[in-house]
Design a protein around this ligand. Structure first.
Ligand code: MN
Length: 196
């Protein structure tokens, strides 16, 4: 946590394949400045930040789309984990059901300390060069490195762009609630185990 009480973390990840730099503030207002070289992925990251009320700056360069998207998931998840600190005083759980026109998606998040993703996005075709497996890989990497349990399910939908966007918006709203401070128990770790 920084001096102003906002929970933030630097994003920095460099491998032989990918370089990523930026900053995440989970007590933000949804401002995003994203450049990954994959426009639809930028759109999804900006959407995630907007509706989770995260301020997110992220610049990524890489050799292959697959590497880039996986590593952004790891870098963003690690920053989320760092920003959450010992997870004291958070609401821990969040869920949302979000439409986008004819598509409807649900998401449920538990900032459990254990990373796993359970996905049914219903995507059939690539969207602006971003394939379904890329988006799934991003979400699995994000869940693993943020040590969160993430369920995202498309209820129904037709347009691929709308399906993906309703899924990301649902995840964002679920995350927004899960990271929020629990007013009634600001010093408590929300687990009977005493740690997350
Ligand atoms: Mn859109």
């Amino acid at each position: 946590m920084s001096g102003d009480g906002r929970r933030r973390a630097k994003i920095e990840r460099r491998t032989l394949e990918v370089g990523i730099i930026g900053e995440l503030n989970i007590d933000g207002s949804g401002r995003a400045k994203i450049s990954t070289g994959v426009p639809f992925f930028d759109h999804m990251l900006a959407t995630l930040a907007k509706h989770a009320l995260f301020d997110l700056e992220l610049v990524a360069e890489g050799d292959l789309k697959h590497h880039l998207i996986e590593e952004v998931g790891i870098a963003l998840g690690s920053a989320l984990d760092a920003a959450l600190g010992d997870r004291r005083g958070i609401r821990r759980f969040g869920s949302a059901l979000i439409p986008m026109d004819e598509s409807l998606a649900s998401a449920a998040v538990d900032l459990s300390g254990r990373g796993s993703a359970h996905l049914n996005l219903g995507l059939r075709n690539a969207i602006e060069g971003l394939e379904a497996r890329h988006l799934e890989h991003f979400l699995r990497s994000l869940a693993a490195s943020s040590r969160s349990t993430i369920h995202v399910n498309l209820v129904y939908g037709i347009d691929e762009h709308h399906k993906a966007e309703s899924a990301i918006k649902a995840l964002a709203r679920a995350l927004r609630d899960a990271v929020e401070r629990e007013r009634g128990a600001p010093e408590e770790v929300p687990s009977v185990k005493g740690r997350l």
